[in-house]
Design a protein around this ligand. Structure first.
Ligand code: SIN
Length: 476
């Protein structure tokens, strides 16, 4: 493939055939490459091999596992440019964002290389003279993950790194739109010396089938999913049969609130970053804006000005800030939501046009009321609806008036208000005077129908560990 120096990253590519998957470039519809598809029997075989690999991996000291993870981190960073180019080709995001995602993805490997060494148990003061009590941490076992197309590397490493650090083996089913990044990053883990069966990728023509296999397979002890609430609900139901340990990072409907005492320049900057990162295709994207009446005109005019200046195009081109959305279906859904909003009384203040290919013009909608039904769901595209508010109490009610609870953002300079609002928002993550909150250092995850479990931070390792209680008797 053009300009990819480390060609070993793409050894999975094959000639087109009956049992292959074509990966399209959303920027121009060309085929990036073909990869082989696995059968159900082959996936079952991967799981069995994974179990054997896990038993051996678990026995290695945490410090040794950490060395492998460190080497993997180094290789990912050494190949940052190749991985980023591959990402832009199959996912569409601008090259600068792909470079940032590779570094973000690598940061989880580095972080968990350290955290794995700190899987501490406890000693517990005993209830009788002759007993001693303690807990130890042990790996869950074989961990499987189903990851989305919006962050083709980071959503894998933020699950795989804690799993491997904890002593689990790991199997990932990446999105069928973006499997090349998955294969490439796993190839680097192998080059870092990790056993082949320890970390595997599976791709099947039916993603639902893989979900079915993963949830029902007794050897898989942990399933981590990032994706829609609809699919998450289905996977949780299926997992009930094997009482599987699951983590769910699901949909969001993030409010972005600008209070009357906000620094408006800072708020506009944060709004652009939060809304338009990855063409608005992130679960934590600002989905609905609430701006206080006193600063509404000021914020909206500056925001529209900034949105008009965003450069849309092929992510490989210099200076492009927004690439295509993932595919034609995604584009159609976004345009339908804009039409629905307009039908409900919203006004297109800028954008709204259907561009050629999979591109959507960055769009701002005004005259939006909180009661409009289109605000209930994720827009998952570069569309910013703005609601005007004047009453703080009512605003908090509106911000929480959703089944989702992933991320929320607000801008204010009043310390009392900041604490009150931060505590009142029913979300797993809150950005205060900040539009980009993601980091490997902090726990990422939601409440309500945005899921459960945390990724990153100290909490991320716990998802892959079991606590075992040991009771020693007869000590006189
Ligand atoms: C997501 O879309 O859920 C991931 C965003 C992030 O990690 O910042």
């Amino acid at each position: 493939m053009d300009n990819i120096k480390n060609t070993s990253l793409l050894s999975i590519l094959c000639e087109p055939g009956e049992l292959t998957l074509a990966i399209d470039n959303p920027a121009d519809g060309s085929v990036v490459g073909y990869i082989p598809l696995q059968s159900e029997t082959e996936i079952d075989e991967c799981i069995r091999k994974s179990r054997l690999a896990q038993k051996l991996w678990q026995k290695r000291p945490a410090k040794e596992r950490s060395h492998f993870l460190y080497r993997w981190y180094e290789l990912v960073m050494e190949n940052q440019a190749d991985l980023a180019r591959l990402m832009t080709l199959e996912q569409g995001k601008p090259l600068a964002e792909s470079m940032a995602e590779v570094a973000y993805g690598a940061s989880f490997i580095q972080w968990f290389a350290e955290e794995g060494k700190r899987a501490y148990g406890t000693t517990i003061p005993a209830h009788t003279e002759d007993r001693r009590l303690m807990t130890i941490k042990q790996p869950v076992g074989v961990a499987a993950a189903i990851t989305p197309w919006n962050f083709p590397i980071a959503m894998i490493t933020r699950k795989a790194a804690p799993a491997l650090a904890a002593g689990c083996s790991f199997i990932v089913k990446p999105a069928n739109q973006t499997p090349l990044c998955a294969y490439a990053v796993v190839e680097l883990a192998r080059q870092a010396g990790m056993p082949e069966d320890l970390l595997q990728v599976v791709v099947h023509h039916s993603p639902e089938k893989v979900g079915d296999i993963f949830t029902r397979h007794p050897m898989i002890r942990k399933l981590s999913f990032t994706g829609s609430t609809r699919i998450g609900r289905q996977l949780i139901a299926q997992s009930a049969e094997t009482i599987k340990n699951t983590s769910m990072e699901l949909g969001g409907n993030a409010p972005f609130i600008v209070f009357d005492d906000a620094d408006i320049d800072q708020a506009v900057q944060g709004a652009i970053a939060s809304k338009f990162r990855n063409a608005g295709q992130t679960c934590v994207c600002a989905n609905r804006f609430y701006v206080h009446d006193a600063v509404y005109d000021q914020f909206v005019s500056r925001f529209i000005e900034a949105v008009k200046n965003i450069k849309v195009g092929n992510g490989l081109e210099e200076g492009v800030q927004i690439g295509p959305v993932i595919d034609a279906l995604a584009k159609e859904r976004i345009l339908q939501k804009i039409n629905l909003a307009v039908g409900q009384g919203a006004t297109i203040a800028t954008g709204g046009e259907s561009l050629d290919g999979c591109f959507v013009e960055p769009t701002v909608l005004t005259d939006v009321q909180h009661s409009m039904s289109f605000l209930r769901e994720e827009l998952f595209g570069p569309v910013a609806p703005i609601v005007r508010f004047s009453n703080d109490e009512q605003l908090i009610h509106q911000a929480n008036d959703t089944v989702y609870g992933l991320a929320a953002y607000f801008y204010s300079r009043d310390i009392t208000r900041i604490w009150q609002v931060a505590e009142a928002l029913e979300y797993g993550m809150v950005g205060i005077n900040e539009g980009i909150i993601s980091t490997e250092l902090a726990p990422f995850g939601g409440v309500k129908q945005s899921g459960f479990g945390r990724e990153g931070g100290q909490e991320g390792l716990e998802e892959y560990l079991e606590t075992k209680y040991l009771c020693f008797g007869g000590i006189n």
